[in-house]
Design a protein around this ligand. Structure first.
Ligand SMILES: NC(=O)c1ccc[n+]([C@@H]2O[C@H](COP(=O)([O-])OP(=O)(O)OC[C@H]3O[C@@H](n4cnc5c(N)ncnc54)[C@H](OP(=O)(O)O)[C@@H]3O)[C@@H](O)[C@H]2O)c1
Length: 241
């Protein structure tokens, strides 16, 4: 074992739970986020095989340098989970500013690190790139417009990189994780959510998907059925919802 995995956005919710689960299974963890006190707390809790690094994914150049520094500290980088994400669902006011914030974090921040990690993995000859997308990426939604669109970006972006990996001499796996609802700061105090999974359960299923080198996995598994139904809904119905 002793694989080195960087989790981008490990200060709360899914990312933190994933760090704990993967550490339990023997991985060396590199944890990033902006809330450094949360990272310190995680380091104290896990005690060993854990390295922390401040990172704001919207600072594109710095984020690359910080990932490199983290990889140096860890002594290697076998896998990266791009988990950092934001949503303004049910916030009091949404508009241009909040749209741009989601685009900055979920699209520009994501694309910057995903493309860099892929290049790094090609150079070293192997690696696994994991992106945390969402079932939300399967449809446009007037109540959370930039978020759903950003996850659609993640889905097609990673599909493209998966094709590229298949044509590469390097042994690279690209895994797209598609959660439904999971308990976290993102879903806290939000109304009308259903099938909200405990974050520990989500973390276990994400870890299994990573270890099985899956192309794509729904979290929890029942969301696969929801996704199948969503794909059957014709565009004219979506347009009138
Ligand atoms: N919860 C759900 O129901 C659900 C469903 C589908 C998909 N997802 C996806 O799962 C991922 C994790 O979300 P979560 O639900 O666990 O929410 P969360 O508890 O709010 O966690 C979000 C994480 O993203 C990090 N982050 C946010 N902005 C950042 C920035 N500018 N730079 C660096 N890191 C940043 C946060 O760290 P700092 O604030 O410390 O920087 C935090 O670690 C997201 O991509 C989300 O879209 C969640």
């Amino acid at each position: 074992m002793n694989k080195h995995i960087a989790i981008i956005g490990a200060t709360s919710g899914i990312g933190r739970a994933l760090a704990v689960e993967m550490h339990k299974r023997g991985y060396t963890i590199g944890a990033t986020g902006r809330r450094i006190e949360r990272l310190e707390e995680l380091r104290q809790q896990l005690d060993n095989r854990i390295y922390i690094q401040y990172m704001d994914v919207t600072e594109l150049g710095d984020a690359i340098d910080q990932l490199d520094q983290l990889a140096d500290q860890m002594g290697g980088l076998d896998m990266v989970v791009l988990n950092a994400g934001v949503s303004h669902f049910q916030d009091e006011s949404v508009g241009r500013e909040t749209d741009l914030h989601v685009i900055d974090v979920n699209i520009r921040g994501f694309g910057n690190l995903a493309s860099y990690c892929f290049e790094r993995f090609e150079q070293q000859g192997y690696g696994q790139l994991v992106g945390i997308s969402s079932v939300a990426g399967l449809f446009g939604w007037g109540l959370n417009i930039p978020y759903n669109a950003s996850k659609a970006f993640v889905n097609t972006y990673l599909q493209g990189y998966r094709q590229k990996a298949n044509h590469s001499d390097a042994d690279i796996t690209v895994t797209t994780i598609m959660p439904g609802f999971v308990e976290s700061e993102m879903t806290e105090n939000k109304e009308e959510l259903f099938w909200v999974a405990p974050k520990d359960k989500a973390a276990r299923q994400i870890t299994e998907a990573i270890e099985r080198k899956k192309d794509q996995a729904y979290i929890t598994k029942r969301w696969r059925l929801a996704a199948w139904l969503v794909k059957l809904i014709p565009n004219w119905v979506w347009n009138r919802m």
